[in-house]
Design a protein around this ligand. Structure first.
Ligand SMILES: [Zn+2]
Ligand SMILES: [Zn+2]
Length: 220
């Protein structure tokens, strides 16, 4: 069986994170994970990348946390995949299946609508997951649901209160949406989270298929 963490941050790109990509790789390897997906805060969220830089430079810097995690992962035998977390006025979406080259070529992703984000991501074979939809904090103006503009719902998030995860689970169940789990780890700790699979995932596309087609996996 294989454990994959699906939602973690690095301090190279996320302002709120204290751990580097390389340190994330080391600590998840130690915790018995087969792989991790780096999902730093994109430019609509808590990014530490200077928004005044040219687009390509911003993407290069944004991908550093992932690249540092991947470099360490390759040395220690941990798979590292790329994703990101985009934010619309406090509503967070995890995006999987797009890569650095795609981002460099599509600066329009930065200010597109939630509907256009879904169209652009899915037309390119990617996946949109609503991250912790019922999280209730002072920096989130309102809880908003977009069941037709996501491929799935993060129903377990280790940064959430239990009740917020219960609400997310009910929501996903009512709308028959695929479910995911993530640690939302930002610091020097592995809280748990992710999915457990019987088969090893070779690419991020394997993770997307696992979730979208509700293949055999367990939430951690
Ligand atoms: Zn954060
Ligand atoms: Zn996050």
């Amino acid at each position: 069986m294989y454990k994959y963490e699906t939602h973690i941050h690095t301090r190279e790109a996320s302002k709120c994170a204290s751990v580097t990509g390389s340190e994330q790789a080391l600590q998840y390897k130690r915790a018995g994970y087969e792989g991790i997906i780096i999902t730093d805060h994109f430019f609509g969220g808590n990014t530490c990348i200077d928004r005044t830089l040219p687009w390509k430079d911003r993407i290069e810097l944004f991908c550093k946390g992932y690249e540092n995690a991947k470099e360490t992962g390759d040395k220690i035998g941990l798979q590292v995949f790329f994703g990101f977390e985009q934010t619309y006025n406090g509503t967070d979406f995890l995006i999987y299946g797009l890569d650095k080259q795609w981002l460099i070529a599509h600066p329009e992703i930065e200010h597109c609508t939630i509907a256009n984000q879904y169209r652009m991501v899915t037309e390119n074979g990617g996946m949109v997951i609503h991250a912790h939809p019922f999280r209730d904090r002072n920096y989130i103006p309102e809880i908003r649901l977009f069941p037709n503009l996501v491929d799935g719902v993060e129903v377990i998030n280790y940064g959430n209160r239990e009740q917020e995860n219960i609400e997310a689970y009910k929501y996903a169940k009512d709308y028959n949406l695929p479910m995911t789990s993530g640690s939302d780890g930002h610091h020097h700790e592995v809280l748990g989270g992710g999915v457990r699979t019987d088969e090893r995932l070779n690419t991020i596309d394997d993770y997307i298929d696992l979730i979208k087609f509700k293949k055999n996996y367990k939430l951690l």
